[in-house]
Design a protein around this ligand. Sequence first.
Ligand SMILES: NC(=O)C1=CN([C@@H]2O[C@H](COP(=O)(O)OP(=O)(O)OC[C@H]3O[C@@H](n4cnc5c(N)ncnc54)[C@H](O)[C@@H]3O)[C@@H](O)[C@H]2O)[C@@H](O)CC1
Ligand SMILES: [K+]
Length: 553
Amino acid sequence: MAINFCFPKPQVSQPFSYINSPDREEIHKFCNMGSEAEILRKPRFLCLHGFRTSGEILKTQVHKWPESVLQKLDLVYLDAPFPSQGKSDVEGIFDPPYYEWFQFNKEFSEYTNFDECLAYIEDFMIKNGPFDGLLGFSQGVALTKVPKIKFLIIIGGAMFKSPSVAEKAYSSPVKCTSLHFLGKTDFLKEYGMELLKKCVDPVVIHHPKGHTIPRLVRSSPSIRSFSSKLGESNTTARMQNPESISHLTQREAAEVDEILMGPLGFSVDQLMELAGLSVASSIAEVYKPGEYSRVLAICGPGNNGGDGLVAARHLHHFGYKPFVCYPKRTQKPLYNGLVTQLESLSVPFLSVEDLPVDLSGDFDILVDAMFGFSFHGSPRPPFDDLIQKLVQLRNFAQNHPKSPVIVSVDIPSGWHVEEGDVSGEGVKPDMLVSLTAPKLCAKKFTGPHHFLGGRFVPPSIMDKFKLHLPPYPGTSMCVRIGKPPQIDISALRQNYISPELLEEQVVADPIEQFRKWFDDALAAGLREPNAMALSTVGKDGKPYVGSLFAIHC
Ligand SMILES: NC(=O)C1=CN([C@@H]2O[C@H](COP(=O)(O)OP(=O)(O)OC[C@H]3O[C@@H](n4cnc5c(N)ncnc54)[C@H](O)[C@@H]3O)[C@@H](O)[C@H]2O)[C@@H](O)CC1
Ligand SMILES: [K+]
């Protein structure tokens, strides 16, 4: 794949330019790119600085862009591989060190260390990726080892002048969406225009200044459009596939736990509270209490069970009617406290013996909080039977669309933490709520609703474990991973069965007739009994039908 990347040479001595009249449709087009893919995180751009400057200097300049644009991008800055071999244009303006990517002669026709530079960038992208885009100053290059880039932001871009390099760089057109900033007085503008011809889908923003990083004006309509489109693609189907989301091994999950509760100063109570709240929030996102009110939380002996107890309490406050089965209680103050809190809300505790043989009639949601990431081997009693009950329920559900849904906390119980349901006897949930970060087994989850919870991961953990996780929207405690399920329209269909209507049964007074039918609809528990079709027949014998909602009766 041939892509172009950028080496901006900042001209900080002149005031930053700004975009004066960009074509809004063009920006719109650029920002909509990539929507065929499915990404739930911010687009991640590798930012390549200018000649004899540094990643830090580029960051200083780009970070003058409006927050509304910056907050929608995940920008990573890299220093070039070679220390500056001469005077930098930014000396006295920005602090050293300065770096250069490769060297070239005065005519820009001969390049040294060019292949080394490419290898260096590719290596960084492989080790620190995935990246969705590159931001920089285009000189044209062919990166072959890294996955396809979806976006390019090219500031003051230009075609390579060396025929040998150009041939390599532009042998095939740049197929991804590219956004080009072109300055009116940029000394490389001519070559920047040439570069556009090599791009299949270029979007150009002209600005009145020279070879510089333009300052974007917050109030500019183009920036509002640019920024809101970036935001849209964040939440709809933006950046890559769910493969790009990090998954933890069992050992890593335990290590994260230790770091959080060691040097990072969290207590288990705190994390459990946030984890349980995330589980309850995820449930509430999909299964509304009006339709799914009766919840049974089956809680195991460890922290996964604790998450289940906390979730049950929050679900109570959210308007659900939770029940708890907690057969192997842990006698520690934290767990005793969680039990007391539930008892004070009159949440019933059911023993394994109290549970109905068939759970399908008594509950709408089953929360599987039996085992999390410390599970090993095969489940021991009584959890073997409880898992079995949930598995049977799933088999039953295939023929009974109204059977309860199963929500697994962090790991579907019975699954190997990394390999998934190797025995084939684990729980098959409809919803999985991964906590902190999904564990490897979550890759095997094929149910309709995968959520992430545990909004407490600090940057040090993100960096240490190289975590790429979707951003949480607003103040939410959970975020969906992957695509929401397609709605099956045929499943929405309801059958309405009523006795035959005979002419002699029709009441003479239409208002009275309406009242009778309305009472019947109320008694039948229809969802919107005030929705109706009013039919009349005119003197010409033609029927007229209108749909309406009764607001006053
Ligand atoms: N950042 C984190 O690490 C957080 C973890 N949390 C929760 O903590 C969980 C991990 O908790 P734990 O380490 O306590 O482990 P688990 O809750 O996975 O289970 C450990 C318990 O299960 C028992 N057990 C293991 N294998 C068994 C088997 N085959 N049959 C019967 N019993 C078995 C163990 O003896 C132990 O009592 C996570 O999955 C998550 O749900 C959350 O509470 C908060 C944040
Ligand atoms: K579980």
